[in-house]
Design a protein around this ligand. Structure first.
Ligand SMILES: Cc1ncc(COP(=O)(O)O)c(C=O)c1O
Length: 374
């Protein structure tokens, strides 16, 4: 029996062995609290400083602009709740493509005196800038958050253009770049935003660590209060091993970005060609997308059933259709059948061939089954 192929790198990535090696001493040998003033504490503090520099270098900012959090979800919540806490209620702009950890806090603000403005998508999954412009009229002031690269479709948004519209409407602007970091170049200042979210486990780092990158003039209130950690924006004794791992993962990503981007894009295009030849609908195919992501459905075939038959670790919605696909105008039936393949550093063309062969074997049978069931 052949090994199952892991094609779910947008959900998470395996931790790089070099990252594990760098983290290991900080569990026990160098386990001091970085706030302690003894020598071991100072060494732990230095390890954090150096990781902060590595993360900052990957996105082109100063180390002081990196606020470590427990991951992408916390960083997104810190921006939305933290920015709202120091502003008079105005409009909250988010798109229909946002991750739940942006949408939910935005909707919470919508029940607490803020006006929620949810911006629609075009048929390829791009945030509709004209709809944003309409929603921005007479906004007064506000908060905006737009995803940089979509976790399901892989569609890349024109963040600088969206940010310009939102900022003209008086909003402070954030982007959730969790899926872009490590896959494509990411330069904070070119994005024209006030804050940006990163997460380590999407780029071969450990789970449970991420960062909010903050612009120098951004006013925010901490959402976890306590000691003055992370410049007073996020209290809690720092997770030193995870922070060290995040730093090394960023350094490795910077070194491999160009080569891996080209390699993975070629594999993605190969896969798209096969799928389309078999009659699949590839979502967002007309938009610029991440080099590693393909989101597709075969009309008449349920995604969860297809996954079971393929025995590959890709991803499908097992219950409700993707809200992003519905916002793109995809029918609920087709959306329910959607499967996401997200390739990674460990994905070889032989593995993709294995996936294709498995697809070919189960495809005709499934189609037959589905048509009998209908
Ligand atoms: C676009 C996006 N934002 C945020 C998150 C949350 O990141 P974390 O798992 O680090 O909390 C994810 C992870 O699935 C994501 O894909």
């Amino acid at each position: 029996m052949r090994a199952s192929v892991f094609l779910d790198h947008n959900a998470t990535t395996p931790v790089d062995p070099a990252v594990i090696a760098a983290m290991t001493p900080y569990w026990a040998e160098c386990a001091a609290n970085p706030s302690s003033v003894h020598r071991a504490g100072v060494a732990a503090r230095r390890a954090i400083d150096s990781a902060r520099e590595q993360v900052a270098a990957l996105v082109g900012v100063q180390p002081a602009q990196i606020i470590f959090t427990s991951g992408g979800s916390e960083a997104n919540n810190l921006f939305l709740r933290g920015a709202a806490a120091v502003r008079h209620p105005g409009r909250v702009f988010v798109s229909a493509a946002e991750h739940a950890c942006v949408l939910r806090p935005a909707r919470t603000l919508g029940r607490a005196g803020w006006q929620l403005a949810e911006v629609g998508l075009d048929g390829d999954g791009r945030i509709d800038a004209d709809h944003l412009r309409e929603q921005a009229v007479d906004a007064g002031a506000g908060i905006a958050s737009f995803i940089a690269a979509h976790n399901e479709t892989g569609v890349l948004q024109d963040v600088p253009a969206l940010a310009e519209v939102a900022r003209a409407a008086g909003a402070v602007v954030h982007t959730d770049a969790v899926q872009q970091v490590g896959k494509l170049p990411l330069d904070f200042s070119a994005l024209n935003v006030d804050a940006m979210t990163l997460s380590a486990h999407k780029l071969y780092g450990p789970k449970g660590i991420g960062a909010l990158v903050v612009g120098k003039r951004l006013d925010l209130r901490a959402q976890i209060e306590g000691g003055g950690h992370e410049q007073g924006l996020r209290a809690g004794t720092e997770n030193v091993p995870a922070i060290v791992g995040f730093g090394v993962a960023c350094e490795l990503a910077a070194a491999r970005l160009a080569e891996e981007g080209v390699r993975q894009a070629a594999l993605r295009d190969l896969l798209v060609g096969w799928l389309q030849a078999e009659g699949a609908m590839v979502f967002g195919a007309g938009a610029e997308r991440l080099p590693n992501t393909v989101f597709f459905a075969f009309p008449g075939i349920d995604g969860a059933t297809l996954l079971l038959a393929l025995d590959s670790a890709c991803s499908s919605s097992d219950h409700a259709p993707s809200p992003t696909l519905l916002a793109m105008g995809v029918s609920p039936d087709l959306a329910r059948g959607a499967v996401r393949v997200s390739i990674g550093r460990g994905t070889s063309s032989a593995q993709l061939q294995q996936f294709r062969a498995a697809l070919a074997t189960c495809f005709a049978g499934l189609r037959g089954l589905t048509s009998i069931a209908v």
